[in-house]
Design a protein around this ligand. Structure first.
Ligand SMILES: [Zn+2]
Length: 308
């Protein structure tokens, strides 16, 4: 009886330990495999910090495996690639709050930005809009090996105060990706400023969804609305044609890519680092982050850049 009781006790201990560790494992598993749930409520007001810190989620930068396979299915022939550097900027300003490390890490100070523009001009680089890239890839517009594209995500107000005067000074073009709901919000471009930059003919406006929505694996109905409605709203508000799209956080999947294509956009930019563009990646054109090179070697960086 005694030995049987001891055995039972040990047996019960094992069961309890099993349940305990199973429980711990379940918690860990849930935490690590749960999908990021940004902006589930599409009307949620996001803080700027929350908005940009997500760029550091490396997972969203990677091209989904199934997309690579699907793209191979779409096209059995590898399309011709062109070397067209597309640079992705966020802030160009003198950051006031020195403790704001995220903003600082995404920032290029205006004097450095100006040197980059000067260097592009000095080296006969021609800046083009993102909407011109598909025309080059299809052969409708001649390709120059000295083409470069400057893109600015989110529509921060410093684009008007710091970037726009320099674009005018150096006659350089840029593409700005606007989030509809952010227009006029503190720290972002307002309607009047957007109208003025459009009238300069130096700026292409593209869509960046209704409220900076995380598209990868999101419900299809919401993704569709974010992609289609954001285009219509910008087109009606500014009486222009919106031709290109930027995925917030660089996050996309096959569904969002197909929706961008069928909504009538002609191209979309991703945050997958690279310099080669082709018909194969027309809806996730490669970009690299400003700041991955120093201002004094932007040209060298373009010319020596190798896709991994
Ligand atoms: Zn963004």
């Amino acid at each position: 009886m005694v030995s049987l009781g001891l055995k039972n006790k040990k047996y019960l201990e094992k069961i309890f330990l099993g349940i305990f560790f199973g429980f711990v494992f379940a918690i860990i598993f849930t935490v690590f495999t749960s999908k990021p749930s940004f902006h589930k409520n599409t009307k949620k007001i996001v803080s700027e910090k929350e908005l940009i810190s997500q760029y550091y989620e490396k997972a969203v930068f990677e091209k989904p495996k199934n997309l690579q396979t699907l793209n191979r299915m779409y096209s059995t022939v590898e399309k011709k690639s062109y070397r067209i550097p597309i640079v992705m900027y966020h802030y160009v300003e003198y950051v006031k709050d020195q403790g704001d490390t995220i903003r600082k890490s995404l920032d290029i100070i205006p004097s450095v930005f100006e040197k980059e523009l000067k260097m592009l001009n000095d080296n006969q680089y021609k800046t083009i809009f993102v909407k011109e890239v598909p025309k080059i890839l299809s052969g409708d517009t001649p390709y120059s090996s000295r083409s470069a594209v400057l893109t600015f995500d989110d529509g921060y107000e410093d684009f008007y105060t710091d970037v726009f005067p320099l674009l005018k000074k150096y006659k350089v073009k840029a593409t700005v990706y606007i989030v509809d709901d952010f227009i006029g919000r503190k720290g972002f471009l307002n309607e009047k400023e957007i109208k003025e930059i459009i009238d300069s003919n130096l700026v292409e406006i593209g869509s960046h969804t209704l409220d900076h929505f995380y598209l990868k694996k999101s419900p299809k109905s919401i993704a569709t609305k974010q992609i289609i409605d954001s285009k219509k709203i910008l087109e009606n508000k500014f009486n222009i044609k919106i031709e290109t799209f930027a995925y917030p956080f660089g996050a996309f999947d096959q569904y969002s890519l197909d929706t961008v294509r069928s909504a009538g956009y002609t191209a979309a930019v991703s945050v997958i680092p690279g310099i080669w563009q082709s018909g194969n990646n027309l809806f996730y054109l490669s970009r690299f982050r400003a700041g991955s090179f120093s201002y004094d070697n932007i040209i060298k960086f373009f010319e020596n850049y190798k896709n991994k």
